[in-house]
Write a protein that binds this ligand. Structure first.
Ligand SMILES: Cc1ncc(COP(=O)(O)O)c(C=O)c1O
Length: 346
């Protein structure tokens, strides 16, 4: 039985168990349905079994050895990956400007960070994705147990995953890919390659681009390391089953005809926007992150005009360019508004 069907099942027992709201005492009434589906590991529901099956089905969708649902963001996926493959005192190669959870995961594992830097792309004002040559300089010099890379970068630049994986293999290091911003990649050939079948561990935030609720995410593994054990170290024993069920439905949607059609429609809309806005220059490897610059304006000026004059807020801006994030929930109406604004800004 799917997690969703399980939550919908009418309970025939009188539960003297947690949670004490008993699925019927709604203190925050607006979240009535959330309370209704908020169950624990009772004998009647047995949600652990449904969760196990849902994760097994997800593993088949992604073609991984193991896929786990996370209700505490990519942050927890990165931490669990590091705890699974790194021992105290070992060295881990991490990006100097990575999301703080990379360094935090090392602190929790008692591992030592070795920092790499990436090339700064002065054409766009953003860091480029790391390359194998940069990583090899460190791997050659000292014993590194694991390498963490961020691909895509925040602004949508991607690394050569196959080359980096081969490099890590050559030096006996595990590869962890922070694909927090790339959860749509496994579901479209028009998007960059996903790491889910390449890296030892890949972490994806469903909530960032794939239509998930904050802070739903996934961690995938293709190696023999004990990811379950690592997750047990950092995860609550009272997970939110509505949240986990939303992950199940989210993956089913992305993998459905309807979901894939939605992604390709979004891509075609952005292609049209590129074509219509001849006054703009677009960049990046991932079209769904609209990285844009207008030669006569700084990135900050462009961002301000979008915000003040057209009520459009971007995701991230630098001196040269600005990035507007799109994803599963980005309607054609929203893209049209952005197209109109960009066309009229000089
Ligand atoms: C590159 C990157 N990695 C990891 C994270 C953490 O993701 P989450 O918010 O899902 O925990 C973020 C969040 O902004 C991020 O940008």
């Amino acid at each position: 039985m799917s997690l969703v069907s399980l939550l919908r099942k009418n309970c025939r027992k009188t539960l003297f168990t947690t949670p004490s709201h008993s699925q019927e005492y709604f203190i925050f009434h607006k979240l009535r349905n959330l309370y209704k589906y908020d169950i624990s590991e009772t004998d009647f529901h047995k949600p652990e079994e449904a969760l196990y099956k849902a994760e097994s089905r997800a593993k088949n969708v992604y073609g991984t050895k193991c896929t786990k649902f996370l209700a505490n963001g990519s942050t927890s996926g990165i931490i669990a990956s590091v705890l699974a493959c790194v021992k105290s005192g070992e060295k881990v190669l991490i990006w100097k400007d990575a999301h703080p959870c990379h360094k935090n995961s090392l602190t929790l594992a008692g591992a030592e960070p070795v920092y790499y830097e990436t090339i700064f792309d002065s054409e766009w004002g953003v860091p480029k994705a790391v390359d194998a040559v940069t990583l090899e300089k460190f791997l050659k010099k000292e014993k590194i147990s694991a390498v963490i890379i961020t691909s895509p970068t925040y602004e949508g630049f991607c690394a050569n995953l196959k080359e980096i994986k081969d490099m890590c293999k050559k030096y006996g290091a595990y590869l962890i890919v922070d694909e927090a911003h790339g959860a749509l990649y496994p579901f479209s050939e028009d998007l960059p390659q996903s790491a889910v079948r390449i890296a030892d561990f890949t972490v994806q935030s469903l909530h960032k681009t794939a239509g998930g609720l904050n802070p739903t995410a996934l961690v995938h593994s293709n190696c023999e390391k004990d990811l379950d054990g690592a997750l047990r170290l950092i995860t609550t024993t009272s997970p939110s089953y509505p949240m986990l069920a939303s992950i199940e439905v989210n993956i089913n949607f992305l993998n459905s005809k309807k979901g894939k059609k939605k992604i390709s429609f979004l891509i075609s809309q952005i292609k049209e926007l590129h074509f219509a806005c001849q006054n703009c220059i677009f960049g990046g490897d991932d079209i769904t992150k609209i990285l844009v610059k207008i030669p006569s304006l700084s990135g900050y000026e462009l961002s301000e005009k979008l915000y003040e004059k057209y009520n459009i807020e971007d995701e991230k801006t630098n001196d040269i360019s600005t990035m507007l994030l799109t994803g599963i929930g980005t309607s054609d109406r929203k893209i049209e508004r952005l197209k109109y604004a960009l066309k009229h800004i000089y």
